[in-house]
Design a protein. Sequence first.
Length: 160
Amino acid sequence: MSLQSEIDLFTRKLAKLAPGGFFFALHIRFALPLVNIVTYPQAWTVRYTEEAYALRDPIIAWGFSTTGTARWSEIAIPDPFDILGQARAFGMVHGVAVSCGPMRSRTIASAARGDREFADAEIAAFARIIEDLHRVAEPPTALTHAQAEAIQRARDYRLI
């Protein structure tokens, strides 16, 4: 199964657990994720992007400060831009955050719903899927023999 097929499979599982949408950023390195998927309401995603809220989001800050899981209501990081308050207007009243992996390659995810807090079992299921995604999307640590050979040949011909 290809990496994209596996990501699609995990994404469908996450959608069943997160009626208000979800987001994940896999293997964030140098402030950029390897893969980023957002299924939150489009109007919220547009506002979040236009306002560059990722730079100020208490959920993202929490994810970089620790690993594990937490309900949004448990995260005590200040929210001076009222990002979570604004999210409520889009039906994202309750949420959960997951953070895993080392700082050099961190994965951060979040899910929302409007009707109630996530149950412990739902949080555990969401976290397992995110941890599986983190594992299957792990970038290679070394080049294959063919990749190394191609680079060497390009260098030999002064293309690099």
